[in-house]
Write a protein of this length. Structure first.
Length: 177
């Protein structure tokens, strides 16, 4: 089983409703997950912003936000997005897996802003009824709950071999220098 991004084990979900929405999202196919992202950003527009934009550092993710990515054809861009969603062990999925949660959210925000222009687009008309239903439930959440769900979704993507650090309680000793 592939490892996920660095903070994948620390859940951002605060309520049962958020957990249920995340579980419904998790049951979608890879392409439906990408459709959900597109619809959410399309429907909510400016109300969705990258979390803590001052804390995000786009310069550390040039592989995914640079000209090299933006100049790829639609099929190549879509394949990279699929690799990230599936946590595949690839160059781009590893780059994503090493990003902080704020940078992960910033990346999806940047891609959503450029969809149909410099990033492969998607027509929400092609989305399944299930994707539309999950997107509507996401839209109905308050802003903080929306961000919690986005952060959880984003942090469950990408590939990383870095595992969680064991706590003192788990191992019975403290780390030393």
């Amino acid at each position: 089983m592939p490892s996920q991004s660095l903070e994948a084990n620390a859940s951002n979900l605060k309520s049962r409703e958020e957990q249920q929405l995340f579980d419904a999202y998790s049951a979608l196919s890879v392409d439906d997950k990408l459709a959900w992202f597109y619809i959410v950003y399309e429907q909510m527009g400016d109300s969705i912003t990258p979390a803590a934009p001052g804390a995000a550092e786009p310069a550390v993710i040039p592989e995914l936000m640079g000209d090299r990515y933006y100049e790829m054809n639609d099929d190549d861009q879509l394949n990279i997005m699929r690799e990230i969603v599936e946590c595949q062990d690839t160059e781009y999925s590893r780059a994503y897996g090493t990003m902080t949660p704020n940078n992960q959210l910033l990346l999806w925000y940047a891609w959503a802003e450029l969809m149909g222009d410099r990033v492969v687009g998607y027509s929400s008309e092609n989305a399944s009824d299930r994707v539309k239903e999950i997107a509507q439930k996401t839209e109905a959440l308050d802003f903080q709950a929306q961000i919690s769900v986005f952060r959880e979704v984003a942090s469950q993507m990408g590939y990383s071999e870095v595992g969680p650090v064991s706590s003192q309680k788990e191992v019975g000793r403290t780390p030393s220098l």
